[in-house]
Design a protein around this ligand. Structure first.
Ligand code: PEP
Ligand code: CO
Length: 449
């Protein structure tokens, strides 16, 4: 293993990088990386440090992490209404979770850069023709033609500018009054009153009303930044290492390296080899990192990955995002927890109840069932508590749009409804109502924690 002193933002190139597109024209690719390297960063080192500080609180049970957004952002959905609706649902979930848990919620979107996807196969057969798999809008386009599927590095530049546009409007929304507590809570009241799914949550919503009113009668000035603005962080899977390298910059005040493409980056379940390029690259940037862990893992390798990525055991640096699926979480999570505990690792434990619960419905749509998602979260809380470990957060694929991609929930979406509003290009997302319902249900799990 290389020593940290040997690290540079290009050193990963000496290691095997899984899941990279086969860029047809290397010169063109290198030109794109060079031009991206000169463009301004999306986020700043100070913000990244703040994100890590908040995650350190989550690792100690003093905050709760809510990470969510699209499976794969879609270039055509880089619009103010779409971004606003996704932000809105995350803010609404935040108020519910913060009230129930009695602690701040660390809000991290899968947004402003979640444009590249790992795939189980490099190619797929469509109508008898073998085509490169769709790898996210930053790589190619999903239409089933050879031209659309050809990886085009210029898409990384387009992705960068769309990420910048997304970031800009997020900053405006979160600082410009849109995230004010009373406003967000008014939306929750609307959900509770106007939707059949919402009615069961009248009590919690009423309690939050009372808490806000109580602040007012005590003379608390609600016109303060803490109640009017939100701190919202961005994240994506650090998959395309050329893109990540180009956005990695040295902080002028400390000399440290940060991947300024997002506040938090995660390593996917398919790219976390201890001797692979993704671990090599990410060990040298000081951002908070997520590590996805699914059923196929080797505990000793995981331990080596964790010590490589977090040699000083710094709290907030690493979030373990487990994604076993409702049928497997009981088999794997207790053991994992015990093993990591033995090592004394300081981690945020976050549950991704989406990626282990994907299946193809009878009508042929890739979907997930609301009840499986809920059950996996319940098991996550039960298992970690039994192991005396802190359940630190949750990780969702969700959208503010009224899609029909996941089955179940209060709207009782069934297989026959999936075709109505199935918009995702990769994995199925919870819609706004399903997301809020889950927040209320998680609130029951964490209240009095
Ligand atoms: C994802 O988060 O969209 C993803 C691909 O997850 P995983 O790496 O856990 O399969
Ligand atoms: Co996904």
């Amino acid at each position: 293993m290389t020593k940290i002193e040997e690290w540079s933002k290009t050193h990963w190139q000496n290691f095997l990088a899984m899941q990279q597109p086969k860029w047809p024209d290397q010169d063109e690719y290198q030109k794109v990386i060079a031009s991206l390297s000169k463009l301004p960063p999306l986020v700043f080192a100070g913000e990244i440090r703040e994100c890590k500080k908040q995650l350190a609180m989550a690792s100690e049970g003093k905050a709760f992490l809510l990470q969510g957004g699209d499976c794969a952002e879609d270039f055509s959905m880089c619009t103010a209404p779409a971004i606003r609706e996704s932000l809105k649902v995350i803010l609404q979930m935040t108020v519910i979770l913060a009230y129930a848990g009695g602690k701040p919620v660390v809000k991290i979107g899968r947004i402003a850069g979640q444009y590249a996807k790992p795939r189980s196969s490099d190619t797929e057969m469509i109508n008898g023709v073998e085509l490169p798999s769709y790898r996210g809008d930053m790589v190619n386009s999903p239409e089933p033609t050879p031209a659309a599927r050809r990886p085009d590095p210029n898409r990384m530049v387009e992705g960068y500018f769309r990420a910048i546009a997304t970031m800009n409007i997020l900053r405006a929304f979160t600082k410009g009054g849109y995230a004010a507590l009373d406003r967000v809570h008014a939306w929750n009241n609307e959900f509770v009153k106007s939707s059949p799914a919402g009615r069961s949550y009248e009590q919690v919503a009423g309690d939050i009303d009372k808490a806000i009113n109580f602040m007012r009668v005590c003379g608390v000035d609600t016109n303060i930044p803490q109640l009017q603005q939100a701190i919202f962080f961005t994240s994506h899977e650090a998959l395309l290492l050329g893109y990540e390298q180009a956005l990695t910059r040295q902080d002028s005040t400390t000399g440290d390296w940060y991947d300024c493409g997002a506040h938090m980056l995660w390593i996917g379940d398919r790219t976390r080899q201890v001797d692979g390029a993704h671990v090599e690259f990410l060990k040298g940037v000081l951002n908070p990192l997520g590590l996805k862990i699914g059923p196929s893992h080797d505990i000793d390798e995981l331990k080596r990955i964790i010590t490589t990525l977090n040699p000083h055991n710094e709290p907030g640096r690493l979030t373990v995002i487990n994604r076993f699926g409702v049928d497997k979480i009981e088999q794997y999570l207790p053991h994992l927890t015990r093993e990591f505990k033995k090592e004394g690792f300081r981690l945020v434990w976050s549950c991704d109840p989406m990626h282990g619960n994907t299946y193809t419905s009878e009508s042929g749509y890739k979907t997930r069932n609301f009840d499986d998602i809920l059950k996996e979260i319940r098991l996550f809380f039960d298992i970690l508590r039994a192991e005396d470990t802190i359940p630190g957060g949750v990780h969702f694929e969700l959208t503010g749009e009224n899609v029909t991609e996941c089955i179940g929930g209060g709207q009782n979406i069934q297989d026959k409804h999936l075709r109505d509003m199935y918009l995702t290009k990769v994995d199925p997302r919870l819609n706004a109502e399903q997301s809020l319902e889950l927040a209320f249900l998680i609130a029951e799990m964490i209240s009095g924690q």
